[in-house]
Design a protein around this ligand. Structure first.
Ligand SMILES: [Zn+2]
Length: 137
């Protein structure tokens, strides 16, 4: 029985053949393979491809995407709801209206996928923006 090299759980191979082979070759369960990809995006996290992967203070992973022109709200993450964050190290305020939930970091990934941002209420954001750099995505 093959076990996941990250979490130690046995590999459930009840996906399509392509996915099963991928998991077997990487010796990762479905969840750990998913978060290995999140980790890659997180490490490379920049706006080079118009996306920014962040982890908030509750270990929620969000992908902030540039909003396509004239995109109807139902095509946008969270129906176009505006989100507000502050980057923990730079203090830069970040706002985005096309945010996608990428799940919560499992315990065994938290030493690598650490919080980068803190989610703010709009009121906090509005107060802080007087003396912080603002990045609108
Ligand atoms: Zn695993």
């Amino acid at each position: 029985m093959t076990q996941c090299k990250e979490c130690g759980n046995k590999l459930d191979l009840h996906y399509g053949e392509e996915t099963n082979n991928l998991l077997l070759s990487k010796k990762l369960c479905f969840t750990c393979e998913y978060f290995a990809n999140v980790l890659t995006r997180y490490i490379n996290g920049n706006l080079g491809d118009d996306k920014l992967t962040i982890v908030d203070e509750k270990y929620h992973v969000f992908v902030l995407c540039r909003t396509p022109n004239n995109a109807p709200n139902h095509f946008l993450g969270y129906n176009g709801q505006q989100f507000y964050f502050q980057h923990n190290q730079t203090g830069t305020l970040i706002t985005c209206g096309n945010v996608w939930d990428n799940g919560t970091v499992p315990q065994h990934y938290r030493n690598r996928l650490k919080p980068t941002c803190t989610q703010l209420y709009k009121e906090e954001f509005d107060t802080l923006k007087k003396n912080h750099k603002v990045l609108s995505i």
